[in-house]
Design a protein around this ligand. Structure first.
Ligand SMILES: [Zn+2]
Ligand SMILES: [Zn+2]
Length: 345
């Protein structure tokens, strides 16, 4: 079969090549024929071989974790899916034995293995996975959208900290997940939705998806602008998606007293900020990782099945599998939303 393999521990060194198909599934394993995959920022990090990739990944490794496909073979004890089902997958494989897994918090499992990072991934014709991570979806959901349900789940999970109906929201950072967060908050009835972004392509994307206001913090004062829009109150909820320390601090300043701060952004090393900002404003700050298994997946499925989300301006490019490197390069320059690759029909 074809697979995109990180061959060696250095920058580049990814090759689309023929490799053996996965061996027969174990009792609780499933083989899936991959239809669409989408390129994640972490795939680009593996391509570039940043510090995180170098510390975590052993080569050779088939990469990729955002995908949809069809079940083609199941192990003898598999109960969650059957042959012919269309599935997506949670990228975090829980151990099912640690404290968190046992109390229903699999998404913060202490022994998580990540598909395409710690185990062979989905940038291939076939992928073999434990049934526990699989989620059957309605075949009416377009494959291009199904393949981005994992990052969509990040957006839904980040937005889940508050009842958003009629609430003002600030979303800092409009990468693909920030863009999906705009769609999610819109569908949840938030108003106004204020986005903050500095890159021209992404400012346009934020407007297209339905942000009521887009502030460019490189040219405008974020806090002042938010206060103007909200009659001096500040927003009810901040969704911090950028990983930029200034966005976090200014974002917190722009939240109303007693408001909520939900942080998905990942910061490059230690950051400094005045904790009293949270204390005296009585803010509630949430750290968000992954998706809740499988509550978030259920919500994502319902929202897509009943067309509550228009992802047409988030999934900006659909390329052939062979064009993967072009996709990686587009991701590097940031002039795109989600890039989906067609692996099989
Ligand atoms: Zn991802
Ligand atoms: Zn666990």
């Amino acid at each position: 079969m074809r697979a995109l393999v990180k061959k060696e521990p250095r920058s580049g060194a990814i090759v689309l090549e023929e490799v053996p198909e996965p061996a027969d599934p174990g009792p609780r394993e499933v083989i899936i024929k991959v239809k669409r995959v989408s390129i994640c920022g972490s795939d680009v990090h593996i391509y570039e071989w940043n510090k995180w990739a170098a510390s975590r990944i052993e080569t050779p490794r088939i990469i990729g974790h955002e995908f949809t496909g069809e079940v083609v073979k199941i192990g003898s004890d598999v109960r969650l899916v059957k042959e012919g089902d269309i599935v997506v997958a949670e990228s975090h494989i829980p151990c099912m034995t640690c404290y968190q897994c046992r109390i229903g918090k699999m998404h913060v499992c202490r022994n998580t293995k990540i598909i395409g990072v710690d185990t062979d991934g989905a940038f291939a014709d076939y992928v073999k996975l434990p049934e526990v991570v699989l989620w059957k979806i309605d075949p009416s959901i377009p494959a291009e959208y199904a393949s981005v349900m994992e990052p969509l789940g990040n957006a839904i999970h980040t937005a889940s900290v508050a009842n958003l109906s009629g609430k003002s929201v600030l979303i800092t950072g409009v990468g693909p997940i920030g863009a999906m967060a705009i769609a999610v908050t819109k569908a949840s009835g938030s108003a106004p939705i204020i986005a903050a972004e500095i890159k021209p392509y992404r400012i346009e994307m934020a407007k297209k998806i339905g942000a009521d206001y887009v502030i460019n913090p490189a040219e405008q004062d974020l806090v002042q602008e938010v206060m103007k829009i909200t009659d001096g109150n500040g927003v009810d909820v901040l969704l911090e998606m950028s990983g930029n320390p200034k966005a976090l601090v200014d974002g917190m300043k722009a939240v109303t007293n007693g408001g909520k701060v939900s942080v998905l952004g990942v910061y490059d090393g230690n950051i400094e900020f005045d904790m009293n900002l949270a204390v005296f404003k009585a803010l509630t700050v949430y750290g968000i990782t992954g998706r809740e298994m499988f509550k978030t997946w259920h919500i994502a499925t319902q929202m897509l099945k009943y067309k509550q989300l228009d992802l047409s301006s988030v999934v900006t490019h659909v390329l052939d599998f062979e064009e993967w490197e072009e996709g990686m390069k587009m991701m590097q320059n940031g002039n795109c939303g989600k890039i989906v690759l067609k692996v099989n029909d």
